[in-house]
Design a protein around this ligand. Structure first.
Ligand SMILES: C[S@@+](CC[C@H](N)C(=O)[O-])C[C@H]1O[C@@H](n2cnc3c(N)ncnc32)[C@H](O)[C@@H]1O
Length: 246
C-alpha cells in the first residue's frame, strides 16, 4: 500500500487504529456520532449520489448514507475494520493519502468523518488527503473533526476510565505533545480473559489550519457548523463539520 508509515511514532502505522479497534468498534462506537444527521447533511449537498467515504471502517455510517439515497464507495487502510458486510459492497483497502481510483473517476461528494483525517500523522499527509480527494470529486468534501480547543489545554499525561462494566474495565492513557499537536494513546482493555492493548495516535489540526491546507490545494471553506444539525460554530465549539468546495 502506498502511504504514510514512515511518519508515525515507532511501532505505529496506517493500520494501527483498525488493528486496535476492529473487534470492538461497533460495540463501543456504534452511536458515537449522529449517523442519521450525517446522511441527511450529505444527501442535501452531494451533486450526484456517488459518495466517497474516506476511512469507512466497519461501515458505521454506510446504512444511513444508503438509506438517504447515496451510493457509498469506502476506502480504508484496515482490512480488519472492513471485514464485515457493513462497509458495503464497494470498498477498497488503500491509504486515503494515496487514493486508488482511475484517472477521470468523479464522486458527487466525499466525507471524512469522526476525526479520521487526524489518523494521518502529519499536516502534509492530511493535506495530501484533501488534494487526492479534490482530484476525484466534483461536489463537496465534508470533514468532521475535533477543533483541538480542548486538546490545546489538555494535560501532557492523563489516565482515566473509558468504559466500566461488571466484567470489564477500559482505561485510557494519553500523552499529548502540544507543539506537534499529537495525542498518543492506549486503551487498556481489561477482562477476565486478560489484557488487550489498543494503541492509537492522532495529529490534530485546528479549523484555521485546515482551511489554509485546503486553500493551498484549491478548496474553499463553504460552510462550517459545530454538528451535523447545522448548530452554530464558534470559538467554544469542540467539534466542527466543515464543507469544502472546489
Ligand atoms: C475513527 S474510524 C472512523 C470509521 C468510520 N468512518 C466511522 O465514522 O465510524 C477511522 C478509520 O480510518 C481508518 N484509517 C486510519 N488511517 C487511515 C489511512 N491512512 N488510510 C485509510 N484509512 C485509514 C481506520 O482504519 C478506521 O477504520
Amino acid at each position: 500500500m502506498r502511504g504514510s508509515s514512515e511518519t508515525f511514532p515507532p511501532g505505529f502505522g496506517p493500520q494501527t487504529y483498525g488493528e486496535s479497534f476492529a473487534d470492538v468498534y461497533d460495540r463501543w462506537y456504534h452511536d458515537v456520532t449522529d449517523a442519521a444527521g450525517t446522511a441527511r447533511f450529505l444527501a442535501e449537498r452531494c451533486v450526484s449520489p456517488s459518495v466517497l467515504e474516506l476511512g469507512v471502517g466497519t461501515g458505521r455510517l454506510v446504512a444511513e448514507l444508503v438509506g438517504a439515497g447515496l451510493d457509498v464507495v469506502g476506502v480504508d487502510s484496515s482490512l480488519a475494520m472492513m471485514r464485515g458486510p457493513g462497509a458495503g459492497p464497494l470498498r477498497a483497502v488503500a491509504d486515503i493519502s494515496a487514493l486508488p481510483f482511475r484517472v477521470g473517476r468523479r464522486f458527487g461528494g466525499a466525507i471524512c468523518a469522526f476525526n479520521t483525517l487526524f489518523n494521518l500523522p502529519t499536516a502534509e499527509l492530511q493535506q495530501l488527503v484533501l488534494a487526492e480527494t479534490a482530484a476525484v470529486t466534483t461536489g463537496p468534501i465534508v470533514v468532521e473533526a475535533l477543533t483541538g480547543a480542548a486538546l490545546a489545554d489538555a494535560d501532557v499525561q492523563s489516565l482515566g476510565i473509558s468504559r466500566l462494566t461488571s466484567d470489564s474495565l477500559v482505561l485510557a492513557a494519553t500523552v499529548v505533545d502540544h507543539d506537534a499537536q499529537t495525542v498518543t494513546g492506549q486503551h487498556v482493555d481489561i477482562t477476565p480473559a486478560g489484557i488487550t492493548l489498543r494503541p492509537w495516535h492522532l495529529r490534530w489540526t485546528t479549523p484555521p489550519q485546515l482551511d489554509r491546507m485546503a486553500a493551498e490545494v484549491g478548496l474553499e471553506l463553504a460552510e462550517r457548523y459545530s454538528d451535523w444539525n447545522g448548530s452554530l460554530y464558534d470559538q467554544f465549539s469542540e467539534t466542527h463539520v466543515s464543507v469544502y468546495r472546489h
